[in-house]
Design a protein around this ligand. Structure first.
Ligand code: ZN
Length: 268
C-alpha cells in the first residue's frame, strides 16, 4: 500500500436549489452555500489541488500544505450551472465522477420522484473547459460488489475507455457508486488501469480513499468541523460509540455524521 497524500478530499453530489421533498438524501447543496464554502476554503488558506496533482502525490510528488481535492459524484446538471462557474472564477480545480451509461439521462438509481437530470456530453466538455476533471462513477451506478466478473469489467474498464474517448482525456480515477467496494471490485478497478479510486468511509489503500461528505444539511460551522484533521477519526469513533456520536453531532450541528453510514444500494 502507498502512503496516501495528506490532503482532505471533499465529496459533493448536486449543487442546486432543490426542495427537500425531492432530495430526501440531502444530496443538493444550495448555490449560495457552495459559494460560501469555497470562499471559506480559500480564506482559510486551503490549497485546492487537481485530480492530476492528487494522483501525482499518490506516486510520491509533494502537495501544498492544507491541500484539498473537491470531488462531485453523479454529474448533476446544477453542478455545471452553479458550481463550475464559481470554481472557474477562482481558478479552483475539481473532479467530476459520472455514471457513464447515464450521461445525458437522469439519476435513475433513485426513486422516481427523487431523480434529477445529469449532464450530457456537451455539458461535460463545457465543465472540463472550466477546470473540472471528468472521471468514472461506473456504468449505471450499480454497487460494484453486486456485479459478476464480466459486469465488473464493463463497469470499470469499459467506462474508462468510453469516457476517455468522449472527453478526449485519459481517465485516471474512479469513484465507487454508494462508496461500496470489496477486494474483487478494487481488483477490477486496478486491472482497468485507474491510478486511484474513491470510497467514502471505509478506506483501504489508493483504490479506496476516504472522502468527507458535504451535503444539504451542512452549515458553514459543520463544514469547518469537517475540514479539521481530526474529523475522519472522530467520525469513525462516532460510528462505533453512541456517546461520542452525540458529541460529534453537537459539534457539527445539524449534520449528523452517522447518516452517511447508510450505503445500501438505492439509498442515493
Ligand atoms: Zn453516486
Amino acid at each position: 500500500m502507498r502512503t496516501l497524500p495528506r490532503a482532505r478530499v471533499l465529496m459533493y453530489h448536486g449543487v442546486d436549489t432543490v426542495p427537500s421533498s425531492r432530495d430526501p438524501h440531502g444530496l443538493f447543496v444550495t448555490p449560495q452555500a457552495f459559494r460560501d464554502q469555497v470562499d471559506h476554503l480559500l480564506e482559510s488558506g486551503f490549497a485546492p489541488v487537481s485530480e492530476e496533482q492528487y494522483v501525482a502525490a499518490v506516486h510520491g510528488a509533494p502537495l501544498p500544505r492544507k491541500a484539498v481535492l473537491i470531488t462531485f459524484d453523479d454529474g448533476y446538471l446544477g453542478v455545471g450551472e452553479h458550481a463550475a462557474p464559481v470554481l472557474a472564477s477562482y481558478g479552483v480545480p475539481s473532479v467530476l465522477y459520472v455514471p457513464v451509461g447515464l450521461i445525458g439521462g437522469r439519476s435513475d438509481w433513485l426513486e422516481p420522484p427523487h431523480r434529477h437530470p445529469l449532464m450530457g456530453v456537451d455539458e461535460l466538455r463545457a465543465v472540463q473547459q472550466q477546470g473540472m476533471g471528468i472521471a468514472s462513477h461506473g456504468l449505471d451506478h450499480a454497487a460494484l460488489p453486486t456485479l459478476s466478473d464480466d459486469e465488473l469489467r464493463r463497469h470499470a474498464a469499459e467506462t474508462r475507455e468510453v469516457l476517455g474517448s468522449l472527453v478526449g482525456a485519459e481517465v485516471r480515477s474512479f469513484a465507487f457508486p454508494y462508496g461500496t467496494h470489496d477486494a474483487r471490485s478494487r481488483a477490477a478497478v486496478r486491472a482497468a488501469g485507474y491510478d486511484i479510486a474513491f470510497a467514502v468511509h471505509d478506506p483501504v489503500d489508493e483504490l479506496a480513499i476516504e472522502r468527507v461528505d458535504v451535503n444539504a444539511s451542512d452549515t458553514l460551522r459543520s463544514f469547518r468541523v469537517k475540514l479539521a484533521r481530526f474529523y475522519p477519526a472522530a467520525w469513525h469513533a462516532a460510528a462505533r460509540f453512541p456517546a461520542v456520536r452525540r458529541a460529534v453531532h453537537e459539534l457539527v450541528g445539524r449534520a449528523d455524521p452517522v447518516d452517511d453510514t447508510v450505503t445500501v444500494p438505492g439509498s442515493r
